[in-house]
Ligand binder design. Structure first.
Ligand code: SF4
Length: 245
């Protein structure tokens, strides 16, 4: 498979450092790591800084409802690595209208409303980020959940404004390897891991998990009895997103 004339099969034989370098050299300034500061995203940021790949941008989605510890951690990461993390926010007018029509806590009402809130607060800002990128680098891994069990190393996304290469350099890393890399490189650890959070989303919608629970169980807990296919929409096909209610 080729992307903008580049043979993607070359990525398969490279390690993570090589994959990041491949993208930075071919698409400088138009390659971005999107992260919510889980270990996998931090490993990518650490490699980007260690390899001096200044052509790779680093961004996060600030839904304006992130856990307070995450806002503090953004500053910790910026200070430790001497980088600027781009914080992309939702459109204020759209959020005002959504809250006026459905209330601030609309996500309790139904899955449809939760997905709509996520669409405005997370997916749309990410789509705007992708408008400025050729390569979107994520920390997605097969071991993160059942629904991510088939995560590929790369895929080409067909978007309204052109194609984007979605690259998941850590796609086949097991949890033990992630933990070992964090330790080996003394990578900053989000403080909420110590409180049982497996990932870091919005207040109320993200909670810690108990030992043995599915990592996604901590998201939108009030839907646990309904089904376990809980996603914010960032990593689902365009056609499966709830864009209006
Ligand atoms: S996680 Fe909750 S508050 Fe955050 S965007 Fe989704 S539904 Fe809205």
């Amino acid at each position: 498979m080729k992307f903008r004339g580049h043979d993607l099969s070359a990525l398969e034989s490279l390690d993570v450092d090589g994959r990041l370098t491949w993208a930075a050299e071919r698409f400088p300034g138009r390659t971005g790591i999107g992260t919510s500061f889980q270990h996998s995203g931090m490993i990518l940021i650490d490699a980007r800084v260690r390899l001096k790949l200044d052509g790779i941008r680093v961004y996060t989605i600030d839904t304006e409802r992130l856990l307070p510890e995450t806002y503090d951690f953004i500053q910790t990461v910026e200070k430790r690595y001497g980088i600027r993390i781009e914080c992309l926010k939702p459109d204020p007018a759209e959020i005002r209208k959504m809250v006026a029509d459905h209330g601030l806590y609309l996500f309790f009402d139904s899955r449809e409303k939760q997905e709509y809130c996520c669409y405005l607060r997370k997916v749309k800002p990410n789509e705007q980020a992708l408008d400025g990128l050729d390569v979107w680098i994520t920390g997605l891994r097969r071991g993160q959940s059942e629904s991510r069990g088939a995560t590929p190393l790369y895929e080409i996304l067909d978007r309204p404004n052109g194609q984007v290469l979605k690259l998941n350099p850590l796609y086949d890393w097991p949890e033990e390897r992630i933990q070992a890399e964090v330790k080996k490189r003394n990578i900053p650890v989000h403080p909420l891991y110590a409180q049982g959070y497996p990932s870091f989303g919005c207040v109320i919608c993200t909670t810690p998990i108990r030992p043995g629970e599915n990592p996604r169980a901590g998201r939108w807990r009030w839907f646990n009895a309904v089904d376990d296919k809980k996603e914010c929409g960032l990593h689902v096909p365009e056609s499966a997103r709830t864009k209006e209610i």
